[in-house]
Design a protein around this ligand. Structure first.
Ligand code: PHE
Length: 360
């Protein structure tokens, strides 16, 4: 029995003195491991006679359980201490200012789209969307461009291939954002005030044309909207977008099948030493088309032209971006050259808004 007490005391001392979990594991192996001291005594029980074995076995089991309990308690204590130590040393001051890391840049077209959305939202326009693959009904017919109309040829349309034998008219890549006028009206009805920025496609390629480019459509339909409202909206837009106190807007008579009357939108500007200045000078800059929505278009979209009327406009977003940010070649927009993007790009997470300034 004395031997067992000594054994127990030895291991309880060793457990208490184990400085970390590795040292503690060594103690456990020395006592309770397969080749440990307690295990050896257990194995020795077999050689005893039955009575002695019973008494010695019971006593040995008590010692074994006590050592085991001490090991477990110490282990939990060491784990807590280790955690406390980590919590003490591995801390992070979340109130420190962040270290800015540049996460790519915003493409000028995306930037301008955000700017346009902010400007028109301020005037009460919601954003509408439509598909880039359109039916020819939305892209043409509903906009008063019937099948044999010459405007269909002018648009240099990309047609989508149909399976052999399919007699229906092919889908097209939308040639303008105007089909969104129809979709928005059919969806929401009148009165309505929406813009629709997005991609459009025409077969064309030179310094100022790419097969894919961006437009923004505007549409305002109500009971008493006139051309004067249209002109005001365009002027307000131009001042806000170019961040100048005034822009002179000229409406030049034009023709679109879906508006009547129709006008081309020009902004007064000057080119001094190759530098474009808006709002002054003797030059005019073409920005897009507009007009009063044709009664046939309203009717096609399920709106009664005897009660509702309004205006629509379409502006080229890429051109607006080139002008505002002095980008000379349109094709560079779509070449994905990282050096170009870093030069003209805008900081990520820097959302344009009117009070904070559109382009910082
Ligand atoms: N959809 C015309 C174009 O792409 C622009 C436009 C839109 C004209 C709305 C008038 C009204 O050229």
């Amino acid at each position: 029995m004395d031997g067992l007490d000594t054994l127990k005391a030895k291991y309880l001392t060793a457990v208490a003195g184990a400085a970390d979990e590795t040292a503690l594991e060594e103690v456990r192996l020395a006592a309770l491991g397969k080749k440990g001291e307690v295990s050896a005594l257990m194995a020795g029980l077999g050689k005893m006679d039955p009575d002695a074995r019973k008494a010695a076995g019971a006593a040995l089991n008590v010692v074994k359980d006590e050592i085991d309990a001490a090991l477990r308690a110490r282990k939990a204590g060491l784990a807590d201490a280790a955690l406390d130590e980590r919590l003490r040393t591995e801390w992070l001051d979340v109130t420190l200012p962040g270290r800015p890391r540049r996460m790519g840049t915003i493409h000028p077209v995306s930037q301008v789209m955000e700017e346009l959305t902010a400007i028109f939202a301020d005037m009460g326009f919601a954003v509408a969307e439509g598909p880039q693959v359109e039916t020819d009904w939305y892209n043409f017919d509903a906009l008063n461009i019937p099948p044999e109309h010459p405007a269909r040829q002018e648009h240099d349309t990309f047609f989508m291939h149909r399976a052999d034998g399919d007699e229906r008219p092919p889908h097209v890549l939308r040639t303008h954002t105007s089909p969104v006028q129809i979709r928005a009206l059919m969806d929401k009805g009148a009165p309505i005030r929406v813009i629709a920025p997005g991609r459009v496609y025409r077969m064309d390629m030179d310094q100022t044309h790419t097969p894919m480019f961006h437009q923004i459509e505007g549409l305002a339909i109500d009971r008493n909207i006139s051309m004067a409202n249209l002109k005001w909206v365009i002027e307000e837009f131009a001042k806000a977008f170019f961040e100048v106190p005034s822009v002179e807007v000229r409406f030049r008579a034009s023709h679109f099948p879906f508006t009547e009357p129709s006008a081309e939108i020009d902004f007064r500007c000057s080119w001094e030493g190759g530098q474009l200045r808006l709002g002054e000078g003797d030059s005019w800059l073409e920005a897009g088309g507009c007009g009063m929505v044709h009664p046939k278009v309203l009717r096609a979209a399920g709106v009664d032209p005897d009660h509702f009327q309004g205006f629509a406009f379409g502006l080229g977003i890429d051109r607006l971006a080139m002008l505002k940010y002095g980008i000379p070649d349109l094709r560079a927009f779509f070449e994905s050259d990282l050096r170009w993007l870093r030069h003209y790009g805008f900081a990520a997470l820097d959302m344009p808004n009117l009070p904070g300034g559109l382009s910082r």
